[in-house]
Design a protein around this ligand. Structure first.
Ligand SMILES: NC(=O)c1ccc[n+]([C@@H]2O[C@H](COP(=O)([O-])OP(=O)(O)OC[C@H]3O[C@@H](n4cnc5c(N)ncnc54)[C@H](O)[C@@H]3O)[C@@H](O)[C@H]2O)c1
Length: 257
């Protein structure tokens, strides 16, 4: 264990599956005490057990948090404060992409737009709001957001709601970073490439769509959760003490070449 996060408590939302689950396991292996939060409580608890049984880690716990519901977010942070598990690091990662519903703007129904915005944007806002409230009395902390290439350029032309929510998350990260820089709260955004998780099974299971998206990644392959764990550890740790408000793509060159 390299212990780059020794003494830190880290909360990851959307940690029952995919990228969040990978990040939580990696933060634990770097010495952090981790909280896996998800609207899928059973999945979060099971993932925490798996991390603990994998070996030498400090502690991991799973808990219910539906980021689109302020009462749920408040209850989760209140119980963490009461239990002495105030997070030094919050990875606001949970998100949805409504394949088959999200669409080009003229074809997009209001419900699909609203559901995407409720989870991805309002949910990230609520996570940040309560994370900052918990961190302020502790002298600060590090918040990491999961952005998307669709929020940077026209990658998500068929996904108006998702792409818009991600572009807004990029702006939210900069705004909150600027607002709390004096209080020692840092906010940075990580942008993964297309990553083969349950979120994108509609693409992964369709050879044509899969080949099309991979052809837009200069490195010629899909990402994996492991590809962005290192940058998240960096932003979670004191090694990134001078970095805030940044947007960093670890995307095989998808948005940069
Ligand atoms: N997979 C990709 O290609 C890709 C690319 C760029 C960015 N992202 C972003 O990465 C993040 C993680 O995506 P993933 O691919 O791991 O997705 P995933 O679907 O595999 O996992 C997402 C997790 O979030 C949880 N979740 C969904 N809604 C929630 C809510 N309201 N409250 C709490 N938890 C909720 C789900 O239960 C699930 O465990 C998302 O923000 C996504 O937009 C994914």
């Amino acid at each position: 264990m390299s212990e780059r996060l020794e003494g830190k408590t880290a909360l990851v939302t959307g940690a029952a599956a995919g990228i969040g689950r990978g990040i939580a396991a990696r933060l634990a292996s770097e010495g952090a005490r981790v909280i896996l939060a998800d609207r899928d409580e059973a999945g979060a608890v099971a993932a925490a057990h798996e991390i603990v049984s994998a070996g030498a880690i400090v502690a991991a716990r799973g808990m219910l948090m539906d980021i689109s519901d302020e009462a749920s977010v408040t209850a989760a942070f209140t119980s963490l404060v009461d239990d002495g598990w105030v997070p030094d690091v919050v990875v606001a990662n949970a998100g949805v992409q409504l394949f088959g519903r999200d669409a080009k703007v003229a074809d997009l129904d209001l419900d699909s737009w609203q559901r995407t915005i409720d989870v991805n944007l309002t949910g990230t806002f609520l996570t940040l709001k309560h994370a900052v409230r918990a961190m302020l009395p502790n002298g600060g902390g590090s918040i990491i957001l999961t952005g998307s290439p669709t929020g940077i350029r026209g990658e998500g032309a068929e996904f108006t709601a998702y792409s818009t929510s991600k572009a807004a998350i990029h702006g939210l990260g900069r705004t909150v970073a600027a607002a709390y820089v004096k209080e020692g709260i840092r906010v940075n955004t990580v942008v993964p490439a297309y990553t083969e998780t349950p979120l994108v099974s509609a693409i992964t299971s369709d050879p044509e769509s899969r080949a099309a998206i991979i052809s837009r990644i200069p490195m010629g392959r899909a990402g994996s959760p492991g590809d962005i764990e290192g940058i998240v550890v960096f932003f979670a740790s004191d090694e990134s003490a001078f970095a805030t408000g940044t947007l960093v793509a670890v995307d095989g060159g998808m948005t940069t070449l």
